[in-house]
Design a protein. Structure first.
Length: 311
């Protein structure tokens, strides 16, 4: 077994996930659970991802912290859950998970779109959320009126969006598609492969992503244009929920400029100081994907989670 605090290019990070199901509107939400003895953390994934993207974080947290990572409605093993979709539906599912666990409150960590879900859940239910860590997401910049959502999603998430209309002859071809991704491929290991495999649906030779395009579009529209979603970080912080934003220095395709930078965050009223009510930190060297994979990045997320839990 590998050291659970490290992640190499091969091998697993050291903690095995269990499967559980949570009753929600229209069926059951599939949840990956990494057991632990302490207070739980609920982890929310990106727009075309699934709960197994948090396996390296589960290892970094260690056995003292149980981690619950649902496949959000319209993805992976929750793909069969019906609409209506959108971030409000995810917030309902998060609260249903919290109720299922018998917990009055919990800390949330969200990556990319999942960060917007975490912020919106905290804004709507500040009495149920003990703290929020947003990982390269959660702070939005409104799209111009009349923007085509599919075109903008294609521009922002690129290969992740394109694969939803693609088919693959076999499992290895699907893995190869991800291995070629400039931000994800260099960090390939067994955990990443398990995450990729969980997304696969259909039968050979027409295998495809399990993500429901309608769900992706609805969620993307909220992230890009919904006023409540775009204001959620400030709303949650104003309600007294401890909020930390960790932004990756590099971008979706490992380009030098990330989704956020100091100037853009300052223009949004967020900065390194405490004035905004949101703690903001850069994760140097990480890109949008490796921020969940690289040991230094998962250590930074753990530190942020520890801080919001004790705030």
């Amino acid at each position: 077994m590998t050291d659970p605090t490290t992640t190499g290019r091969t091998g697993r990070t050291g903690r095995a996930a269990e499967e559980t199901a949570v009753p929600v509107r229209g069926g059951e939400l599939a949840v990956s659970r990494w057991p632990g003895a302490g207070e739980p953390v609920i982890a929310l994934h990106g727009i075309t991802a699934n709960g197994r993207s948090f396996a390296p974080l589960a290892a970094a947290l260690g056995e003292e912290t149980p981690l619950y990572a649902p496949d959000l409605r319209g993805r992976a093993r929750s793909a069969a859950l019906p609409g209506p979709y959108g971030l409000a539906a995810h917030t309902e599912d998060v609260i249903a998970l919290l109720d299922h666990l018998g917990r009055e409150r919990a800390v949330l960590v969200g990556h990319s779109m999942g960060a917007f879900v975490a912020a919106l859940t905290a804004a709507r239910h500040p009495d149920r959320i003990a703290g929020v860590v947003l990982v390269d997401g959660g702070v939005g910049f409104p799209a111009p009126a009349g923007t085509d959502i599919d075109e903008l999603l294609e521009a922002v998430i690129g290969p992740a969006m394109r694969r939803l209309s693609m088919t693959f002859p076999d499992r290895e071809a699907y893995r190869a598609f991800f291995r070629e991704h400039p931000a994800l491929g260099p960090h390939w290991n067994d955990d990443v492969q398990a995450y990729v495999d969980r997304d696969l649906a259909g039968r050979a030779p027409r295998l495809r992503s399990s993500c429901v395009l309608e769900a992706v579009r609805a969620d993307g529209a909220d992230v890009l244009a919904d006023p409540e979603t775009l204001a959620a970080v400030r709303t949650a912080a104003s309600a007294g929920v401890p909020v930390t934003l960790l932004w990756a220095e590099r971008g979706m395709l490992d380009e030098p400029r990330g989704l956020y930078d100091e100037d853009r965050l300052a223009a949004a009223g967020l900065g390194p100081g405490p004035d905004s009510g949101v703690t903001v930190r850069c994760v140097p060297g990480a890109n949008h994907y490796s921020v969940l994979l690289a040991p230094d990045a998962t250590a930074a997320i753990r530190t942020a989670l520890d801080a919001v839990r004790t705030a």
